[in-house]
Write a protein that binds this ligand. Structure first.
Ligand code: FAD
Ligand code: MG
Ligand code: MG
Length: 319
């Protein structure tokens, strides 16, 4: 396992490498712009309000594609922030120590997750050195079902130093049109700042960057899931049923993916003649494989869907 410093540097290299792609592809060009804007927001606004090496800022992470993109970007900025500081120091880079060994993080798990997602979260918490808050330590936390706002209250009762929490929400998410980079929480929520550097990202930008990164992504996305909630309310996206032909938009990203030749578990992600190139997916748990089998249908991978109005079409409303 590489250190937080090393994985942050890796994320920085991924980001720089994506930005230097010389490509006439409009999705990549648009993603480069939005990536640059988010990076500037994080470095110039977020980190000047809350020192990322201090104790006032935390990262909300649920293993989904959006917060993974944001995490890669956040770690990239962490390294850039450190590097800039180290460059200005009178000592050489080799004498500077990365100030933290993990990133303060929070995961609210009041739902029943897919096991594939559980394992993916566990693996990426390790990979990205997330210091995940353990709710069993919270004073008022009981096993009865509390809503997300109440659980954040429990978290902050325990971690009162936290002022700001980074969230991977996008403008296209429900009720998110009017959010901005930094917002206070709504009424009914504990008071803290929501930090939202990914608002302007579209679904295409998310997939373009994530596929290019070569980082392992949750295996469920390879099976037609496009928005992953809990296991009782999430189906593969019906719009990706293999009854209909779909187009693959990210072959440039896949072919030139960062560090593509790393020897990691992969599954075939595309079927359009690019068989040599695979999206780096985490392993599918047996129970989820059985569940998928029971649907008697097959689906294109989640990244074949680029119309974000349909992103949540696999979510079932709870009765
Ligand atoms: P997703 O794409 O799953 O989530 C969007 C982002 O939310 C993720 O990228 C991740 O960063 C975070 N997130 C989602 N689920 C979890 C989880 N289980 N544990 C940790 N992080 C998670 N709603 C309001 O109405 N008013 C508020 O003031 C408000 N403040 C919030 C503050 C924070 C820090 C978070 C995480 C959520 C807040 N929400 C608030 C709820 C938010 O609007 C979404 O309803 C919620 O994040 C679920 O998102 P989703 O499943 O629709 O989309
Ligand atoms: Mg999302
Ligand atoms: Mg969710």
């Amino acid at each position: 396992m590489i250190s937080l410093e090393k994985v942050s540097q890796l994320c920085y290299n991924i980001t720089e490498s994506y930005l230097s792609l010389n490509n006439s592809n409009s999705i990549i060009q648009e993603t480069q712009l939005t990536l640059q804007n988010s990076r500037r927001d994080i470095l110039n606004t977020v980190f000047t309000n809350w020192n990322p090496f201090g104790s006032k800022i935390a990262f909300s992470y649920n293993g989904g594609k959006d917060c993974q993109v944001l995490l890669i970007l956040y770690l990239s900025c962490l390294w850039e922030y450190f590097y800039t500081f180290a460059q200005q120091s009178q000592y050489g880079m080799e004498y500077m120590q990365f100030p933290i060994s993990s990133v303060s993080s929070v995961l609210i798990s009041n739902d029943v997750n897919f096991l594939t997602m559980e394992h993916f979260i566990k693996d990426t918490v390790d990979r990205y050195h997330l210091d995940m808050y353990d709710f069993s330590n919270a004073k008022n936390s009981v096993s009865s079902k509390k809503n997300m706002a109440d659980l954040f209250q429990d978290y902050l009762d325990d971690k009162s130093e936290i002022e700001a929490i980074v969230v991977g929400v996008r403008h296209s998410d429900p009720y998110s049109e009017n959010l901005s980079l930094i917002d206070m929480t709504d009424e009914g929520w504990p008071n803290f700042y929501r930090v939202q550097p990914l608002l302007d990202w579209h679904l295409t930008n998310i997939w373009s960057f994530l596929i290019y990164s070569g980082e392992p992504i949750c295996g469920l996305y390879g099976e037609g899931y496009t928005s992953i909630g809990d296991i009782d309310n999430t189906l593969p996206n019906p719009n990706l049923n293999t009854n209909e032909k779909h187009q693959f938009y990210f072959s440039e990203e896949l072919k030139s993916a960062f560090n593509r030749n790393r020897n990691q578990s992969t599954e075939i992600g595309i079927d359009n003649g690019d068989q040599d190139f695979k999206v780096n997916l985490s392993n599918l748990d047996k129970s989820d494989r059985q569940l998928l089998h029971s649907y008697n249908a097959t689906y294109y991978p989640g990244w074949y869907l680029i119309d974000e109005k349909l992103e949540r079409a696999g979510r079932i409303k709870k009765p």
